[in-house]
Unconditional design. Structure first.
Length: 102
């Protein structure tokens, strides 16, 4: 789990650095694809902000050895973290591979 958190921190740092340098990319899809993209992107963005404190608290409780409390919050943290991870890939594929900007 510490490796997963470390990898996530490295990814977040590289993601923020890249977008600070490159700016934004506009989605070029239309119709239902555009609606789907923005629904997924919105839920991904909101939950990505929510997951950060959840991961910190979950990791803190585990390191401290407070496993009953850790398990209670990890039941929420894990599925949300998984959703954010998968939807991040979906957003990337839709933005850069399925509907690349001309």
């Amino acid at each position: 789990m510490i490796s997963a958190v470390g990898t996530s921190i490295l990814f977040l740092a590289s993601y923020l650095f890249y977008h600070y340098q490159a700016g934004t990319t506009r989605f070029s899809g239309e119709g239902l694809a555009r609606l789907f993209y923005f629904v997924v992107l919105t839920s991904h963005t909101i939950l990505a902000m929510v997951i950060v404190p959840l991961v910190i608290v979950t990791l803190y409780l585990a390191i401290r050895g407070s496993f009953p409390r850790h398990r209670r919050i990890a039941r929420w943290t894990f599925p949300l973290w998984l959703y954010v991870s998968v939807t991040g890939i979906v957003v990337y594929v839709m933005l850069y591979h399925l509907f690349p900007t001309p």
